[in-house]
Design a protein around this ligand. Structure first.
Ligand code: NAD
Length: 473
């Protein structure tokens, strides 16, 4: 449908696309609910028509990626979130009547959620399809136009995304531009009406700085070290199985993967043994060449993760490797680290791989202090049945979303907002919050023929004094 965007777009090209989109947006006005639904249906149909191509592209980008897992963790959440938006956007779009005080009667007040205009979307490599297209679907549901920059590290998937968009949208509605950090920097310097960035905290700061120069509002979906806290008395088997599930999907390359475990010192050995069982239950056939396990994206990250494990071992951690690795195809089998201390490199930054450090605590307050001594996590996991303890942990920490007695699954709840806190993110999207984030609440007041406030204008007199006294009560 659309003309092709230059592969090596310059700043002038980017400005040109943005100008075209903004002009078209202001000319056409906000699309009605029917048009938004129809665009979302088009997007979903094009995605489903290219299902095999998408899954193959993901496998090509990672070298080894479970095709079934790709369908489960990329396609299902994407399609479900589109379905959810299609079902609810009519309701979200309805103007909302607001209260008018007695002295402004018989006026009327209401709020219209107006699309902001053109949204710039920047996506990462770890879930390169859904983290590009869920933001795009949200922008469309909110009535906006969008420019999208997928990750340069997953070129095959980015090429399919570009094909999907070009097949169904004209460039003055949605455009995909491809490139790396240099293009990303030019992209985030554009005077968008909103930028939705998903990626690392380091790059998120650069995007926020560039956007601030244009006073462009940002939503930053970042990363961090998400802890899993296990209360004494909770089934270690159940906790270990659910932590292994969350840690090993996409080989731990998940922003909300449980990064490390905090377990009571008396339970550490039981947890370690249960975790090893859980890992073998999930992957009985091993890792190299597995149809169910994903490789680390590239040699750089494979070497980085091995460096973290080596450092932990050198500093006294017990390193338990739970399978064979392949350096050639950068497949890293799960690793369990026991006797971990906070100084180890593995406890400094987000791990983003299948390496699980286990730390122990004596009291829940120790665990809370440990979490609070670090940047706010993107996700927090708590395994326990005691409400009082759970509430203490939740009330005395700050984080993005929480799953209780499990991992990851808060992200699959279409009606929950998704976002971090400061270092792990700014703002939220998903569900209604995505619609709210990418629209402007425009308050409208229609003045009636008469209201009491009209008596508060010059020439002032006794009546205005009486009304002033009444309003100052
Ligand atoms: P990254 O920050 O390196 O890159 C993200 C995107 O930013 C890429 O498209 C990249 O090209 C672009 N970019 C690079 N430099 C830029 C610049 N100066 N200006 C603008 N854009 C620039 O992140 P990544 O390595 O692709 O992804 C991994 C990170 O993303 C992890 O920290 C992970 O936790 C986080 N993440 C967060 C979420 C979430 O929803 N909160 C989801 C997935 C990943």
């Amino acid at each position: 449908m659309s003309e092709t965007i230059p592969t090596h777009a310059t700043s002038t090209d980017l400005h040109h696309i943005l100008d075209r989109q903004r002009t078209a947006f202001l000319h056409d006005g906000p699309p009605d609910a029917k048009k938004r639904r129809s665009d979302l249906h088009l997007l979903k149909s094009e995605i489903l028509a290219r299902r095999t191509e998408i899954v193959r592209a993901l496998t090509a980008d990672f070298g080894q990626r479970s095709e079934r897992e790709s369908a489960i963790v990329e396609l299902i959440p994407l399609v479900q979130s589109i379905n959810y938006m299609v079902r609810h956007l009519g309701h979200w779009m309805k103007p909302e009547r607001r209260h008018v005080s007695a002295y402004f009667q018989c006026g009327r007040a209401w709020v219209v959620r107006q699309p902001v205009g053109v949204v710039g979307i920047i996506a990462p490599w770890n879930y390169p399809l859904s983290l590009a297209l869920v933001p795009l679907a949200t922008a469309i549901a909110a009535g906006n136009r969008a420019m999208l920059k997928p990750s340069e590290l997953t070129p095959a998937t980015s090429a399919v995304i570009a094909k999907i968009v070009q097949a169904i949208f004209p460039p003055e509605q949605v455009a995909v531009v491809t490139g790396g950090a240099e293009l990303g920097a030019m992209f985030s310097a554009l005077p968008f009406d909103h930028i939705l960035f998903t990626g690392s905290t380091t790059v998120g700061k650069k995007v926020a700085e560039a956007a601030a120069r244009n006073l462009t509002p940002v939503t930053l979906e970042l990363g961090g070290k998400s802890p899993a806290v296990i209360e004494p008395g909770f089934s270690m088997r159940r906790a270990a199985a659910r932590i292994a599930f969350g840690k090993l999907i996409n080989a731990g390359q998940t922003c909300i993967a449980p990064d490390y475990v905090l377990v009571h010192e008396n339970d550490a050995a039981t947890f370690a043994s249960a975790y090893q069982d859980a890992v073998h239950t999930l992957h009985p056939g091993g890792y190299i060449g597995s149809r169910d396990y994903t490789a680390i994206l590239n040699q750089h990250h494979y070497a980085r993760l091995n460096g973290l494990v080596r450092d932990a071992g050198e500093r006294g951690a017990r390193v338990i490797r739970l399978g064979s690795d392949s350096a050639a195809s950068h497949v890293l089998a799960p690793v369990l680290l026991l006797d971990v201390t906070p100084e180890m490199a593995v406890m400094q930054d987000e791990i983003f791989g299948p390496v699980l450090p286990v730390l122990t605590y004596k009291t829940l307050d120790d665990a809370i202090s440990f979490i609070n001594a670090r940047p706010n996590p993107l996700a927090l996991y708590y395994f326990g049945d005691r409400r009082e303890e759970r509430d203490r942990l939740l009330n005395h920490t700050l984080s993005g979303n929480v799953t209780l007695n499990g991992t990851l699954l808060h992200i699959a709840q279409d009606d929950l907002p998704f976002g971090g806190v400061r270092e792990s993110g700014i703002g939220a999207y998903h569900g209604k919050e995505g619609f709210i984030t990418l629209t402007h609440p425009r308050g409208i007041y229609r003045q009636g023929r008469f209201n009491a406030a009209m008596l508060l204008r010059p020439p002032f007199g006794r009546l205005s004094d009486i009304i002033t006294d009444i309003l100052l009560r």
